[in-house]
Design a protein around this ligand. Sequence first.
Ligand code: ADP
Ligand code: NG1
Ligand code: MG
Length: 479
Amino acid sequence: MADEFVPEIAFSDYEDQKRINVLKAKFFEIFSSDPEYYCRAPGRVNLIGEHIDYCGYGVLPMAIDQDILIAASKNGSSKLKLYNLNDKYGAQEVECSSFEIDKASPKWYHYFLCGYKGVIEKLNAKKNCKLFGLNVLVDGSVPPCAGLSSSSALVCASSLATMMPSGCKFTKLEMAELCQHCEKYIGTEGGGMDQSISFLAQKGKAKYVEFNPIRGTDVQIPLGGSFVIANCCVEMNKAATDHFNIRVAECRLAAQVLANQINLNWRDVKRLVDVQNLLNLSLEKCLKLVERHFHITEYSKEEICAALRVTEQELDEISLGPRSRHVKTFKLRQRAEHVYSESLRVLNFKDVCNKFSSSLSGNTKDSEGDVQIDASATLKRLGDLMNLSHRSCRDDYECSCKELDDLVHHSTSSGSLGCRLTGAGWGGCCVSLVEDDQLDDFIAKMKNYYKQKGFSDSVIEMSLFVSNPGQGAAIILNK
Ligand code: ADP
Ligand code: NG1
Ligand code: MG
């Protein structure tokens, strides 16, 4: 598929006229003029492939309908005037030539600044770009800090809002690459899944997304099953905490220690995929290496330094980041086992889906002729992979929490074929695969669970919903 430009749609074609008109009216109230343009970027649900994008492995997300919608105009000044429809996110004005993105205690508008900075740097790389001020009003419907990627939706929409008045047009892939890098200004060392799917998504399709460079391939989910998202309502802000970056560091150390054990030059290795590529091994063989070369107990920093023959200071510089330098012990075997086995599950999940689509189009044959693949058995197989993925996230990667595990448990006992945490974890959402004829019963049982826990109807409404693959980011023009 050729890389397309980010689509531009007319204001009157935007699906939710009520919402965009509310945004328009509020923009007028604040800035005494109408917005010149709007941008939207969706959140996502990752169906399988958690914490492997930053190790170099492909993942399988789809966009959700919930998004960040921004109304904006050039304001002729040197100021970025950043407002939010939701009062909990206070307004902020910053000079566009002299702002800082606070990694230690990130505020909502710092995510906007990530997008602004990323685009300005990209424009400057082409030709010297004159900075411009913007009036901005943000409206978000992605549940925040819940693993559905509200942060990247905000960064992607912000970068579009900055790109738009520059007169330059970037393709979806250019925007995805740009946003993968510029979200790192907030301090998280993510792998690019969220920004990629936010730009590449197409209605009705999940995507297998690969990295370096970013590529997306359609994956058709077999008919007869639906994905249900449920939020355990424990919020986890990735940029304000160390959990996420510590896992990134553990994976980097695991790759380097493993490389060193098998006599590769560990300094050439940054990600677990590098070890696989240098040896040209299958993922199954990588798992065997992990079993053979890592002990089960934690590795101390001293042990790692001795193995790699570096001082602690060198290790800090080469392999650790500001958020992981204080850590004294690392679970290398468990993290590597999760990454290689999860990457294998992604490939299996994709193959099961592809085999089913081929069988529908009569492309799967054996010596007897066409092979009919049973839809129910296919969905069951996908569910099994999701269950295995959750176990690996919970036990080996330790990125779940009690409330989320309880919800996953309740999902399986309410009739889902499979359920797993989605996104970074330590709170937030799980995604369940449910057979369509079981859907009403499943939702009723899940609602009861929320009610028993004391959640109000309005919270339940926001926290439990069926999700179909949604559309990617777009610019909405006043035409
Ligand atoms: P997620 O899993 O949702 O991506 P993150 O911790 O990565 O969680 O990012 C959440 C942060 O994104 C919030 O703390 C907030 O700063 C920002 N954010 C999310 N939604 C909005 C919104 N509607 N308006 C402003 N900022 C938002
Ligand atoms: P969320 O939960 O959306 O913050 C993060 C990373 C992804 C990926 C997942 C775990 C960012 C922007 N996002 O997602 O790249 O690593 O965790 O699979 O860092
Ligand atoms: Mg995020």
